[in-house]
Design a protein around this ligand. Structure first.
Ligand code: MG
Length: 245
């Protein structure tokens, strides 16, 4: 009897897991809430062997828009600011395993909440997102807050600076490896340090970031562009540099 129940249970579970998920809420989690930690952004100047992707004066020549034309986000001093509706920008160079330093600042928009407040993102291979969000004064699902691997892994702690203040990300990304048949030989891994504090510790990425449904891999070349998301919020970026690993 017990064996029969177990068989039925396994069949039911398989059916549930293979059913197509159509509700975005199915992959949003609210607990446990990562504890808040206060820390300041780390504004490390580029080391001598780094590729400067966004330096003084926010020279955007290393970036293109989705069509391959010059990136047309707004330059404000040393910062490059999202131009709402212009779309994501991506690096002209492509990267495999990489160490990336990024500084970002949420805009002042107290009238907005959750995913609508200061949303952007740093994508590796244009498809694996480290979330950028104003998560100091506004709540959302924990696997979608700042420092999360979007809809996969909440940050270990919430280190987000106050709205309108700068944050830093230091990210170590290991690219996935696919065989000739497009199967995953080695998944991608990511470590994220937010304002000097570890928030993702060698997380094994489950696949391409998706708003709806479970993540799964789609084979891609060994190297790819790093992209920054236009989610309609005027998030600013500065001092971006990369070290190829
Ligand atoms: Mg985002």
């Amino acid at each position: 009897m017990q064996k029969q129940f177990l068989t039925l249970f396994l069949v039911a579970m398989t059916t549930v897991l293979s059913a197509q998920i159509t509700d975005p809420k199915a992959t949003e989690f609210y607990e446990p809430v990562p504890p808040k930690v206060q820390a300041a952004p780390v504004t490390t100047p580029p080391p001598s062997d780094a590729i400067i992707l966004l330096g003084k004066g926010a020279d955007a020549t290393e970036w293109t828009n989705g069509s391959g034309d010059a990136a047309d986000w707004t330059v404000e001093g040393d910062a490059l600011v999202v131009k709402a509706g212009a779309g994501a920008i991506k690096t002209r160079r492509t990267f495999g395993d990489v160490q990336l330093h990024v500084e970002w600042r949420s805009p002042n928009e107290p009238g907005k909440e959750g995913q609508q407040r200061g949303n952007s993102g740093v994508f590796f291979h244009e498809c694996y997102e480290v979330q950028v969000l104003e998560s100091n004064g506004s709540d959302t699902y924990t696997n979608g807050q700042a420092g999360s691997i979007y809809k996969e892994s909440p940050p270990l702690v919430n280190v987000t600076s106050k709205m309108g203040d700068w944050n830093s990300y230091d990210i170590v990304f290991s690219s996935p490896v696919f065989n000739g048949d497009g199967m995953v030989v080695r998944p991608a891994y990511v470590t994220v340090i937010h304002n000097g504090v570890l928030v993702q510790n060698h997380w094994e990425i489950k696949g391409t970031t998706a708003y709806i449904g479970l993540h799964k891999y789609t084979a891609h070349p060994e190297t790819g562009s790093i992209s920054l998301q236009d989610h309609g919020n005027l998030v600013a970026y500065r001092n971006i540099w990369a070290r190829e690993l």
